[in-house]
Design a protein around this ligand. Structure first.
Ligand code: ZN
Length: 137
């Protein structure tokens, strides 16, 4: 028999989650607590945004620091082998990201980019996400 109440269990699940899970799941957890409804990976939009809030005209990207080339970030550093290959590849990804953001903003979407390294500070990110989603532009 399960000796935890439903509430205790969900608290425990949240704790487990915050330790060992992908950045995107962390953000989805935040959104769940905010009761924000979203769509995932809309292929019809530039850059295939991670989270789309069509009713609010907003979009959130969750970028892995390495693949998306987070400048000045320890996680975004290029490996020491095959430097030219990685530098070119990551730079292409960065250009693609920039182009997608520009297009989306031109289409009228408000965009927020969250970096993997920022998600290590869960509380701060929750605040940012909540402010972003409630802000009236
Ligand atoms: Zn980073």
């Amino acid at each position: 028999m399960d000796n935890l109440t439903k509430k205790q269990r969900s608290k425990q699940m949240r704790l487990i989650r915050s330790v060992d899970t992908k950045p995107e799941l962390l953000v989805r957890g935040i959104l769940h607590r905010l009761r924000a409804r979203y769509q995932l990976h809309r292929k019809d939009l530039p850059g295939r945004p991670d989270l789309v809030f069509p009713w609010r005209g907003k979009i959130i990207f969750i970028h892995g620091c390495f693949w998306h080339g987070h400048l000045g970030c320890r996680l975004g550093r290029v490996p020491k082998s095959r430097v030219a290959y990685w530098t070119a590849k990551i730079s292409r990804n960065r250009q693609r990201d920039t182009a997608a953001l520009r297009l989306l903003r031109r289409m009228g979407w408000k965009c927020l980019v969250l970096w993997e390294c920022q998600l290590r500070h869960g509380d701060k990110v929750a605040g940012r996400v909540s402010r972003f989603l409630s802000k009236q532009y």
